[in-house]
Design a protein around this ligand. Structure first.
Ligand SMILES: *Cc1c(COP(=O)(O)O)cnc(C)c1O
Length: 368
């Protein structure tokens, strides 16, 4: 996927080179066990991940999208309902709302954090609103306390999209443990990823946990007893075994991402680039390191010419996607303008200091 880049955004070959000795025996043990679906690897991973996030329940599912979809279903979100969310995200956060039959209602993001602007939620609430779905984008926690305050005043659920923020926290509480329910993706390039698709739901509610468990497995309440029409979305044993090994390294990897971000920050702060905010009470885990500049397209092209991969997260706000035409009749000025200026630089725990220097030198050459 990225072998032709001198400096790719994400470097999973290096991850494998450093961890293969631990991952291979874990995978082989699953092959030898003969159990591939809903066995002890999933049980153990669910226990370990709920402990890591700081909640009572974790439910493994097949993807981040499914985590969102199953969570919304468990909350009873369906046709006629509205869910407030952001346009500046990966499409899955909104698609899950549409898949439930509900209507996504967009609010703009903050200019500095690129996350949901909690000040703009209130006037988008209607009698049909059921939930607020903020996204902790790029590894930066949204202003979740303020969002929960608004939600509580209007008796709404808060579904946290933590698909980019494994390990990020707000005042010591991890994202995915603060709202009603948290949703994670283990897509290979996330801060912790498996070797295929995977996801998880986190919550402190025993009822929600039970509903999610039932829905992910054909609505099962007994072997051949089905209480509701569910889906098949189970995190398989091989992926769970891979994730159990990688979870031991997540904090160390996030620390390395933060160190790289400080190096980028020091090297780029005396330029006219806009850099990510660095709040101590909202601990960022830098899924992406996003810079902002009017000459974005020129910088991207220059990097590319030097063999350095960069990306735009995201070039088209969701409400402007063709598939969102039915919900897109609204202007969201911050999202619509930042998408023309943002650029994600290479960021992964295996990036070397020397590589960050090469990236910064090339970026700076574009600024003068
Ligand atoms: C990756 C991602 C998802 C979806 O995860 P998948 O596992 O690819 O389905 C949802 N929301 C956000 C913000 C993401 O980055």
């Amino acid at each position: 996927m990225n072998s032709h880049w001198r400096i790719p955004l994400v470097h999973l070959q290096r991850e494998y080179a450093s961890l293969g000795d631990r991952l291979e025996p874990a995978i082989i043990r699953v092959l030898e066990s003969g159990t591939f679906i809903q066995g002890c690897q999933l049980d153990q991973f669910e226990k370990e991940f709920s402990k890591y996030i700081g909640v009572n329940h974790c439910i493994g599912v097949n993807s981040g999208f499914d985590a969102l979809y199953v969570s919304l279903w468990a909350l009873g979100v369906g046709p006629g309902d509205e869910v407030i969310t952001v346009p500046n995200s990966f499409i899955a956060s909104s698609d899950a709302i549409v898949r439930c039959g509900a209507r996504p209602v967009f609010v703009d993001v903050e200019e500095d954090s690129y996350c949901m602007d909690s000040q703009k939620i209130e006037n988008r609430i209607t009698p049909r609103t059921k939930a607020i779905l903020p996204v902790h984008l790029h590894g930066q926690a949204a202003k979740i306390k303020e969002i929960i305050e608004v939600a509580e005043q209007h008796s709404l659920w808060v579904v946290e999209d933590a698909c980019q923020s494994h390990g990020a926290d707000v005042n010591g509480r991890k994202t995915g443990s603060i709202g009603t329910i948290g949703c994670f993706s283990f897509y290979p390039t996330k801060n912790i990823g498996c070797y295929g698709d995977g996801g998880a739901i986190t919550t402190n509610s025993p009822e929600l946990s039970q509903r999610c468990r039932m829905f992910r497995d054909y609505g099962r309440v007994g072997r051949y007893s089905h209480a509701v029409t569910g889906i098949n979305s189970r995190l398989d044993e091989i992926q769970a075994a891979v994730l159990r090994v990688k979870l031991e390294y997540l904090d160390k990897w996030n620390e390395r991402r933060r160190t790289i971000s400080m190096r980028y920050r020091e090297g780029l702060e005396r330029t006219d680039l806009v850099l990510p905010i660095g709040e101590s009470l909202r601990r960022h885990v830098f899924h992406n390191f996003v810079i902002r500049h009017k000459k974005r397209d020129g910088i991207k092209e220059k990097l590319s010419g030097e063999g350095i991969e960069s990306a735009i997260h995201y070039p088209v706000p969701i409400h402007m996607q063709p598939s969102y035409q039915p919900y897109g009749n609204i202007r969201l000025p911050v999202s619509e303008s930042v998408c023309n200026e943002i650029l994600s630089l290479p960021m992964n725990p295996w990036l070397t200091d020397g590589e960050t220097d090469i990236v910064m030198d090339q970026v700076k050459l574009c600024l003068s």
